[in-house]
Design a binder for this molecule. Structure first.
Ligand code: ITT
Length: 193
């Protein structure tokens, strides 16, 4: 089955491809001729996820899925949340981390979670799948892998940040992989029945 992954984020594409293997024929946005920015204006992670998938289905007529994700920090009332990508006013991962660490400087509570919501539009029918992982925000970045906030996120039960893990390790436990596992289980059921 052909499925377009409606993302412009190469890191997400790498992680999802690693987990999907060759189960589905994954198409990228450029494969289907979509060169424009996808809409993300709903104000929520689930809403933005839906907007991106709906856009690709409506304009290109291919079954697809989108990923909207964010980091929710308890002591910051869930910030950066839906604003994770542009927290510092730009997409610069280093600046976003700097702002996060500055805002958390005086806070003893370092609890946070990553959340991903996938929206699947399968032949026009929509479903959402959510995955989360709990952890702590470190006071300094560690590691060079991954993307976004990975260098400061220490998942509970692990002594290495996401940025100190290989893609395969990250995709065995991450928010994204948990949401994707639910979507794969759903898709397999649709294909079989
Ligand atoms: P697309 O919308 O094209 O998929 P994006 O990078 O804009 O790509 P989001 O709108 O979902 O994606 O932004 C989420 C931001 O949250 C992302 O840019 C990172 O800064 C952060 N983020 C999401 N997942 C992450 C992960 O697994 N590890 C670290 N940071 C992550």
């Amino acid at each position: 089955m052909e499925l377009c992954f409606a993302t412009n984020n190469q890191h997400k594409l790498e992680e999802v491809s690693a987990q999907l293997g060759d189960t589905f024929m994954l198409k990228t946005l450029s494969n289907v001729g979509c060169t424009e920015e996808l809409p993300e204006t709903s104000g929520t992670i689930a809403g933005n996820s839906r907007q991106k998938a709906d856009y690709v289905w409506t304009h290109f007529g291919i079954s697809c899925f989108a990923d909207d994700s964010g980091l929710e920090v308890e002591a910051l009332d869930g910030e950066p949340g839906v604003d994770s990508a542009f927290y510092s006013g730009s997409r610069d991962f280093g600046k976003n981390i700097q702002k996060l660490l500055a805002n958390l400087a005086s806070k003893p509570n370092r609890k946070a979670q990553f959340i991903t919501v996938f929206t699947l539009v399968l032949h026009g029918v929509e479903h959402q799948f959510e995955g989360t992982i709990q952890g702590q925000i470190l006071t300094e970045p560690r590691g060079t892998g991954g993307f976004g906030y990975d260098p400061v996120f220490l998942p509970d039960g692990y002594d290495r940040t996401f940025a100190e893990m290989s893609i395969d390790e990250k995709t065995t436990i991450s928010h994204r992989s948990r949401a994707l596992a639910k979507m794969i289980a759903y898709l397999e059921k649709q294909v079989i029945t």
